[in-house]
Design a protein around this ligand. Structure first.
Ligand SMILES: Cc1cc2nc3c(=O)[nH]c(=O)nc-3n(C[C@H](O)[C@H](O)[C@H](O)COP(=O)(O)OP(=O)(O)OC[C@H]3O[C@@H](n4cnc5c(N)ncnc54)[C@H](O)[C@@H]3O)c2cc1C
Length: 193
């Protein structure tokens, strides 16, 4: 069986659930809209999601440090994806292009040293750091909506921490890094016997 594409090679939708290549075809959306109109007697107007290049995204208040490993990103798509969770209100806001609280930077550590570097830099910047797993929070957990609106923020994306470190075959206990969830097909087993 062919290996599915690595999740790192696929971009998440900037506004909603899943990946960009998982958008339903236009004819299916039109059919669904017609079904809604027929059932309810109103509504069912199709509206396209606001394209990312038309979204007004606050200018990052932090500058991504130059580094070869790509630890920090201030890319528009990265910041939009990490700005909202997946509650209905998040989907609606993303679809409309309303990103009131984008993180200033997104950090993608690959090991504990990277995590320490992110935390140290964030401390120097006075920035909040918000862990990001799959980004499916439905209660605003990943959105950098801070009491102090002037405080910058860094979204700490854990998806590159994708290794199983240790398995105890007797007790069936394992040490698994935080980014492994829902990515079992690409887990690489390190230090296991
Ligand atoms: C359609 C849909 C269906 C769902 N169904 C269910 C369900 O049936 N049962 C259920 O329990 N939930 C459900 N959820 C909610 C959501 O999927 C879960 O809460 C999920 O477990 C969140 O995991 P995540 O990796 O996406 O976390 P994220 O959304 O990335 O983060 C959630 C919160 O945890 C923090 N966080 C993330 N990783 C870490 C870490 N390593 N250390 C410390 N803090 C961290 C984040 O900062 C945030 O506050 C559903 C959501 C959707 C959109």
């Amino acid at each position: 069986m062919a290996e599915p594409p690595r999740s790192s090679s696929r971009r998440l939708k900037h506004w909603g659930w899943g990946y960009e290549d998982q958008q339903r075809p236009a004819h299916e959306i039109d059919e669904a809209a017609a079904g809604i109109r027929a059932m309810l007697g109103f509504g069912g107007e199709v509206q396209a999601a606001k394209p990312l290049d038309e979204v007004e995204l606050r200018t990052p208040r932090l500058e991504a440090p130059a580094d070869e490993g790509g630890l920090f990103s201030s890319d528009r798509h990265d910041r939009a994806v990490h700005a909202l969770g997946k509650a209905y209100r998040d989907i609606v806001r993303g679809h409309r292009g309303e990103y009131a609280n984008p993180p200033d930077l997104v950090a993608r550590p690959t090991d504990e040293d990277d995590v320490a570097e992110v935390l140290e830099r964030a401390s120097d910047w006075g920035a909040a750091v918000i862990p990001f797993g799959g980004g499916t929070s439905v209660c605003g957990g990943i959105e950098p909506r801070l009491a102090n609106e002037d405080r910058p923020s860094v979204s700490l994306d854990l998806t590159r921490l994708d290794r199983v470190l240790e398995i105890d075959h007797t007790s069936l206990a394992a040490r698994i890094r935080a980014g492994c969830a829902d990515r079992t097909w690409k887990i690489s087993f390190a230090n296991t016997t």
